[in-house]
Design a binder for this molecule. Structure first.
Ligand SMILES: [Zn+2]
Length: 395
């Protein structure tokens, strides 16, 4: 890469538009890398050194990035400063589920600073969910406004969300239909709100910060309290389908003798592979993903093992279909699907090593989503950060 700037980057007379575009490029690189040296920024953007220094300076003034001295050990000459996301520029992330509402404060760079799980004794209505979120956020407001700056709120919804206005068209397990969730939350909190499908946001988070960071083709499958969602990255692009609803692996047929699903089908993956019996066998009534996993892995009960194997057998059917159809490098499992795999990895590996077509299964690996129980919080925050990453000068 040369030190000459592209014509679009302009020189001393760069227009406001070009400067804003370059600010967005630099901030996005800093956010995704979670820390990058100024010399690397110069190399990657193709901008000259003084331009990068000025852009970083403006982002520091806007309190979106920090510059810290590089570790000087083993370096010859003056080391290039490291530019890091300012963790005090935050988004509030929300994930409503059938048994709890989780709310987190997430710093730029995808760092979860605080996470609160508010357990509910029934599926919350959209209005109840908004009221709970508003109360929790009100409790945090003093602390947030004293030392942080809130970009906005991102919501990961277990259902179909219209991206245009954040209306939840259908969240079947919550019983929500056409709920203007983003609008209600914005009104209740005063912050801008963006909402999206939970599994799509999980895929985005894993692709940006997690186990999918270096993968061009992967399938992500998440098991949550209200079913199984998924997403896929194909050729480094999120594959969304014509209306954004691609990746509904939870409704692929795995058992033609199975249970009737709310979607109208029979024996869907999400009717045969479910969290509730795992909780019951582990003797838990209410647990987050980490607690359930610890209990399952520690269990020596034959009933737990049998149920885990039964569920993995059905999961393998869905994976066979997905591998034959989509030819991924890797399958990433999140939520309780990752926990099922943690209990009996050899069982699932053996099924995936034999069931798909030989050519398709060659080289396919199964992995855990890397972001653990923070995954949806990071994904939801990514939604809220989009506007500031697109135009840092507006913030
Ligand atoms: Zn179904």
């Amino acid at each position: 890469m040369t030190q000459t700037e592209s014509p679009a980057a302009g020189r001393g007379n760069s227009t406001d538009h070009v400067r804003r575009h370059n600010l967005a490029t630099v901030l996005t690189l800093v956010h995704r890398s979670q820390g990058i040296s100024r010399s690397q920024l110069t190399r990657v953007t193709g901008l000259n050194r003084s331009t990068v220094a000025a852009l970083v300076g403006e982002l520091v003034e806007r309190r979106l990035v920090l510059e810290v001295d590089a570790d000087v050990q083993g370096q010859v000459g003056r080391p290039s400063p490291i530019v890091k996301p300012d963790p005090l520029a935050v988004a509030i992330a929300i994930n409503p589920e059938i048994d709890a509402i989780t709310i987190a404060v997430v710093g730029l760079g995808g760092t979860v600073l605080k996470r609160i799980r508010y357990a509910t004794d029934h599926e919350p209505t959209a209005r109840e969910a908004v009221n709970i979120c508003a109360a929790v956020i009100e409790g945090l407001r003093g602390e947030l406004e004293a030392s942080h700056r809130v970009v906005g709120i991102g919501v990961a919804v277990p259902g179909l969300v219209r991206s245009l206005d954040g209306v939840v068209r259908l969240a079947p397990h919550l019983g929500w239909v056409d709920e203007p969730l983003a609008g209600m939350l914005a009104e209740a909190t005063g912050y801008p709100v963006v909402a999206g499908n939970d599994a799509r946001l999980g895929t985005l988070a894993e692709s940006t910060f997690g186990a999918g960071r270096d993968l061009s083709d992967f399938i992500y499958l998440n098991g949550g309290a209200s079913g199984i969602g998924g997403g896929l990255i194909a050729g480094n692009q999120a594959l969304t389908g014509s209306a954004g609803y691609a990746g509904e692996f939870g409704h692929t047929l795995v058992n033609s003798m199975g249970t009737v699903c709310h979607c109208g089908g029979v024996g869907c993956l999400e009717t045969e592979v479910t969290r509730a019996p795992l909780l019951a066998l582990a003797g838990l009534t209410d647990a987050d993903a980490d607690e359930l996993e610890n209990a399952l892995v520690a269990s020596e009960s034959a009933d737990v093992r049998a149920e885990v194997h039964r569920q993995l057998d059905f999961l393998a059917v869905a994976l066979r279909n997905a591998i034959n159809t989509l030819n991924p490098q890797t399958i990433l499992l999140g939520g309780f699907l990752g926990s099922l795999y943690a209990v009996a990895p050899a069982h699932l590996n053996a099924l995936v090593a034999h069931q798909p077509l030989r050519a398709s299964r060659e080289g396919v690996s199964i992995g855990r989503a890397a972001l653990g129980s923070n995954l949806l919080m990071i994904g939801a925050a990514e939604l809220a950060f989009e506007s500031v990453l697109d135009d840092p000068a507006s913030f």
